[in-house]
Write a protein of this length. Structure first.
Length: 575
């Protein structure tokens, strides 16, 4: 007899968000992928005739894809399923991971495929939703300090981390080539943030690089004059040993046993070199901004696509599931290939979701690449089949963060933004941008991807008129309209309010004075953008004025960056 089996893992986001270093983040994702690979291996050994339906991968050990945490397959042998969890973690040879990753599975006798799939997903969802994740309780917590990463378990002797977090940080199931490649890619967010800046400024950094490489094995955070000056001050005024430990300096030094006075002398040499670059050089280069961003995408309504809600033909669900799965796996494969040697570092790419960390300057290129590949591998493939009533799309979230910010904050806000933008638009297909100013202030904006291309075009044009422009018009508009009522508006009131907003936006905007012809063209496209953004923020008899203003707050923030290329980000779909 045949059965339909569903397997998933949880919790995922909780473990991913407990990351301080890129290594933590990458390993948290890789552990999930490796667990699912072991699940597939185990099932294949028990039943050679097993057929994987989702994700559609012939050999999990012969793929660079990250295996998604959701598996659907047909099997004939269910006798060994109760042993699956124990066998999986035994094969990983890291039993401590059982404390934080839980394996959920459900199985149904296979009769009518569509009806069986409905029963299976309902049962699997019920099992996962009713499972009580236990709060971990440690003994002797009053005596020993808690883990500095998860804050839940006690630290191992001689470490700031508990056994579980040390396991995650040092997790490695890769080959030697993969290990070498990973070391190059996942050093730190400091490396990511200044990657483009270093490339652009390389000719003027030769002497500085020599001094930094002589002293540090991790050099990226020491290109800041403020950082070096503050470090020298702290060392001279305080407990040098304590400062070196608290600031993580010894971890970066090539020789952690270096005497304090020798260390300060070398720092002063670096400070002198930084001053000559940033303050005295006639062709002054700008200080590195030390900002990076996360880009995360998630396919919209994937559950409905997989369950056949958009199928014209309802009698061949399995065929459609395999078709969609193949397209998504192809998408993930192409993304990994495209970003393999780029400055955009892929954390995971499982087909239905994707997460990458990158220099801010690479953002537009990265978005364009994702969009182009999604259209060619997923949209075109599914649209050309003519079997579906909807157009498949994805939503995206972007979070700008400073290297000094907690990575866990950026990851959490990025995930929350992705969920929020999916709930904002009835047709999904949206984008959210978070800009972390500090731990207590975050600006975010939501935008339909159909308008994002226009938003980017405006930003591109702004570079040509920036010297003649200020953003005072945004403050003026907010001050004038922030106390108005924007909810439960009748159609006439809504129309009048939109016209008032547009008229006042024009009036405040044209107060900028400069080269007339250039500014007039910019004013025209900028006013058109504002008009479209009013429409994008009008829904259910109300205007989201806060989001409307935030679109221009973030526009101002983005105008500070020199993106690698001025690319055009086409909308994913026109639902």
């Amino acid at each position: 007899m045949s059965y339909l089996l569903g397997v998933t893992i949880g919790p995922i986001q909780t473990n991913i968000q407990k990351s301080r270093k890129l290594k933590d983040l990458y390993n948290s994702s890789k552990i999930v992928s490796d667990i699912m690979k072991k699940v597939t291996e185990f099932l294949k050994e028990a039943d050679d005739a097993m057929q994987i339906i989702y994700p559609t991968i012939k050999d999990v050990n012969d793929t660079e894809l990250d295996i998604t945490n959701y598996l659907i397959c047909e099997i004939n042998n269910i006798d060994t399923l109760k042993e699956m969890r124990e066998h999986i973690f035994d094969r990983l040879k890291i039993s401590v991971l059982e404390e934080i990753y839980f394996l959920f599975w459900a199985v149904e006798p296979l009769e009518d495929y569509s009806e069986t799939y409905k029963k299976l997903t309902k049962k699997l969802r019920s099992i996962k939703n009713t499972y009580e994740f236990r709060n971990y309780e440690e003994k002797d917590v009053k005596i020993r300090k808690k883990c500095s990463l998860c804050g839940e378990r006690i630290r191992e002797v001689g470490s700031e981390l508990c056994e579980v977090c040390n396991c995650k940080r040092n997790y490695d199931q890769a080959s030697n080539d993969e290990k070498k490649n990973k070391e190059e890619k996942y050093k730190s967010v400091y490396d990511i943030s200044i990657d483009v800046w270093k490339e652009r400024s390389n000719a003027k950094l030769i002497n500085l690089n020599t001094k930094l490489y002589d002293l540090f094995k991790n050099t990226s955070r020491y290109y800041s004059l403020d950082t070096i000056s503050n470090l020298i001050r702290l060392l001279e005024e305080g407990d040098m040993e304590k400062v070196r430990e608290e600031k993580g300096i010894n971890e970066d030094l090539k020789n952690p046993q270096m005497k304090d006075q020798e260390f300060i002398k070398k720092l002063n040499d670096i400070k002198y070199e930084l001053e000559s670059i940033y303050l005295e050089d006639k062709d002054t280069i700008v200080n590195p901004h030390y900002k990076y961003c996360f880009v995360q995408i998630d396919v919209d309504n994937l559950g409905k696509w997989i369950s056949g809600s958009y199928n014209y033909e309802k009698d061949d669900l399995k065929k459609h599931q395999i078709e969609i799965s193949k397209a998504l796996c192809n998408f993930a494969s192409r993304l990994k290939e495209s970003f393999g040697n780029s400055k955009t570092k892929v954390i995971y790419a499982g087909g239905d979701d994707f997460l990458a960390v990158l220099p801010v300057e690479c953002l537009l290129n990265t978005l364009q690449t994702i969009e182009t590949i999604f259209k060619s591998t997923v949209q075109d493939s599914i649209d050309n089949s003519l079997d579906y009533s909807e157009t498949i799309s994805y939503s995206a979230s972007i979070t700008f963060a400073s290297c000094k910010d907690e990575m866990s904050l950026a990851l959490r806000k990025n995930r929350e933004a992705l969920e929020a933008v999916k709930n904002r638009y009835s047709v999904k297909n949206g984008i959210c941008i978070n800009y972390i100013v500090n731990n207590s202030k975050i600006i975010n904006m939501f935008l339909s991807k159909n308008y994002f291309n226009e938003y980017v075009d405006n930003l591109r044009y702004f570079k040509e008129v920036a010297k003649n422009m200020s953003f005072s018009y945004v403050d003026s508009l907010e001050k004038e309209f922030n106390k108005m009522e924007y909810n439960d508006l009748e159609s006439g009131d809504l129309r009048d309010l939109k016209e008032m907003l547009l008229l006042e936006f024009k009036r405040y905007l044209i107060k900028n004075r400069g080269q007339k012809e250039l500014l007039e063209e910019y004013f025209n496209i900028h006013i058109r953008l504002f008009d479209n953004l009013i429409n994008d923020n009008t829904m259910d008899k109300k205007i989201d004025f806060i989001n409307l203003i935030n679109c221009f707050r973030i526009y101002k923030k983005l105008s500070d960056f020199e993106f690698l290329e001025e690319v055009k980000c086409d909308a994913a779909s026109k639902n």
